[in-house]
Design a protein around this ligand. Structure first.
Ligand code: LER
Ligand code: MN
Length: 278
């Protein structure tokens, strides 16, 4: 497994960036020193000079960008399922620019709130028809550039679409969506899934990224989720990608980062050694 943590390139209080003060580059060496392999990056379009400086900071830290969150789409008031054809097209166009950015940074790209949800009184089926049209176009665009789209089931209090793994897998059966994978976030799964481990098993072969977050949106170990059991289930599926810590912005982010990787590593190491990670 690899370890990641969320970092924002702009100051934020409401997005789940553990490092939320916007000074991403300055934190990278310390994150690397804790043993992390990569950062999940909240990023907006940046002027070329700033982007080049960020790339240089990443290169010299030795950290990968595991995923980017293309927040410009949702923050522009656009969603990929907008009933208005022009606005939907604009959302797709903007998302494609962020696929280019993902390709440049060697990262996967997260599909979250920017999918949208059914309009008032609309059925999920017709919402999904529109969304599938957009996503098919994005999946082709991403595929040509070697970028993977990872779609995140998100809990019901944030969005009225795709809360559970099963719903995503059923949707992915539509034509042109076979390259889209899942971003499993244990915080959302704890609210929505009957069993986190069963949902992980259901997702076998389709897991592209994991947010390892406790039930209170703290680092693993800060709440009461059973991470030894969750990580054992992930390993059983053959998943060996990122476990990324994604908390609310923290006042002492390095303390959170140290606790998070400490807990994850202890579990992974003991599973690898064949012992239960408690
Ligand atoms: C949203 O709640 C979330 O978990 C993040 O990964 C952003 O999509
Ligand atoms: Mn998440």
């Amino acid at each position: 497994m690899k370890y990641g943590i969320t970092v924002s390139t702009m100051a934020t209080e409401k997005r789940p960036a553990t490092f939320g003060d916007g000074r991403a580059a300055r934190h990278l060496p310390g994150i690397k020193a804790l043993g992390y392999h990569g950062v999940d990056l909240f990023i907006k379009p940046l002027p070329e000079g700033e982007l080049a400086r960020l790339e240089e900071a990443l290169r010299s830290s030795g950290l990968e960008v595991s995923v980017i969150f293309p927040i410009v789409v949702f923050e522009s008031g656009l969603v990929l399922s907008d009933p208005d054809r022009e606005r939907r097209g604009e959302a797709v166009r903007l998302f494609k620019t962020q696929i280019e950015l993902s390709a440049r940074l060697g990262a996967k790209i997260v599909l979250g709130l920017d999918r949208g949800a059914p309009a008032a009184g609309e059925s999920h089926a017709s919402f999904q028809d529109r969304f599938a049209g957009s996503l098919r176009e994005l999946a082709a665009h991403a595929g040509e550039r070697g970028v993977e789209i990872v779609m995140e089931p998100i809990h019901r209090y944030l969005i009225d679409s795709f809360h559970r793994v099963e719903q995503c897998l059923e949707f992915f059966e539509r034509p042109g969506l076979d390259s889209v994978r899942l971003l499993l976030d244990t915080f959302h799964m704890n609210i929505e899934e009957r069993s986190i481990e069963e949902a992980i098993r259901l997702a076998e072969g389709r897991i592209g990224h994991v947010h390892a977050v406790d039930n209170n949106r703290g680092a693993p170990g800060d709440g009461h989720l059973d991470f030894p059991s969750i990580i054992a289930a992930l390993r059983d599926t053959g998943y060996d990608g990122y476990l990324s810590v994604e908390t609310q912005p923290e006042k002492q982010p390095f303390d959170t980062a140290r606790r998070g990787i400490g807990v994850l590593r202890r579990i992974v190491d003991s599973l690898e050694a064949g012992a239960p990670g408690r």
